[in-house]
Ligand binder design. Structure first.
Ligand code: FMN
Length: 223
């Protein structure tokens, strides 16, 4: 598969088939992704991989807490800037509206939206899950490095016929997960990632999110 094909066919998959992903495949993906660049070669990433019973245990843990606490435990970092300005604000709401539209959840259907949000904590049915953490001393540059590492995983997953969804939503369960995963205090949970095979028939997976045209964000200097 060409890099351009991996990039173009990657999307955030939000319904997975139950087919298991062999741990050896996940290892091969991580071996490939660790070649991602990082400033000063710090490689500022820590990954937890959960499959099988370990994954079931994590899902059950959150399932038990969700009904009384659907917004979780708060986050240790701002998932979005508190006062998001344009054009970002509109982009954020637009993609949400478009996604809910694909499954017929209307704007006033608060319960439906909450239920769909809760699917994050089932990893959208994926048979494998990853959690990404970063040392608390790390700064913006290293968070960018972690992002490149995660994108490398998402592209390599495509080469293996697999799909992903990066999930910052997991940050709202940082305390429970930190304890459960026995994460050392110096680490901060950034995000989860669902990994598996997409359900090709599901409308959520047949939605292609928009992108701004180059002229909105590129300045070409020179001829
Ligand atoms: C770091 C990161 C965290 C994300 N967290 C979530 C999440 O918690 N839940 C979710 O459904 N999608 C999540 N997404 C997916 C974005 O909504 C998605 O990438 C964006 O809308 C563009 O769509 P695409 O990935 O299908 O191209 C996340 C993406 C990234 C890069």
């Amino acid at each position: 598969m060409k890099v351009s094909e991996a990039l173009d066919s990657r999307l955030s998959v939000r319904e997975f088939l139950p087919d298991p992903v062999p741990v050896d495949t996940i290892k091969a993906i991580l071996e490939g992704a660790k070649r991602a660049p990082s400033g000063g070669n710090l490689q500022p990433w820590t990954v937890y991989v959960a499959t099988g019973a370990a994954l079931d245990e994590i899902k059950a843990l959150i399932r038990a807490k969700l009904p009384e606490n659907p917004k979780g435990e708060g986050t240790e970092y701002h998932i979005y800037p508190p006062d998001l300005t344009e054009p970002y604000r509109t982009r954020r709401y637009r993609v949400g509206e478009q996604l809910y539209d694909t499954i017929g959840i209307t704007r006033d259907n608060k319960f439906g939206r909450l239920m769909q949000f809760a699917r994050n904590f089932e990893f959208f049915g994926a048979p494998a899950a990853l959690f990404f953490a970063i040392d608390r001393q790390m700064q913006q540059g290293q968070w960018a490095d972690l992002g490149m590492f995660m994108q490398s995983i998402m592209l390599l997953a495509r080469e293996h016929g697999l799909d992903t969804c990066a999930q910052e939503a997991w940050a709202i369960w940082h305390k429970t997960l930190g304890e459960h995963l026995k994460m050392p205090d110096n680490l901060m949970l950034f995000a989860g990632m669902a990994l598996g095979r997409r359900d090709p028939a599901h409308p959520l997976n047949n939605f292609r999110s928009e992108r701004a045209p180059l002229e909105d964000f590129v300045t070409f200097l020179g001829d």
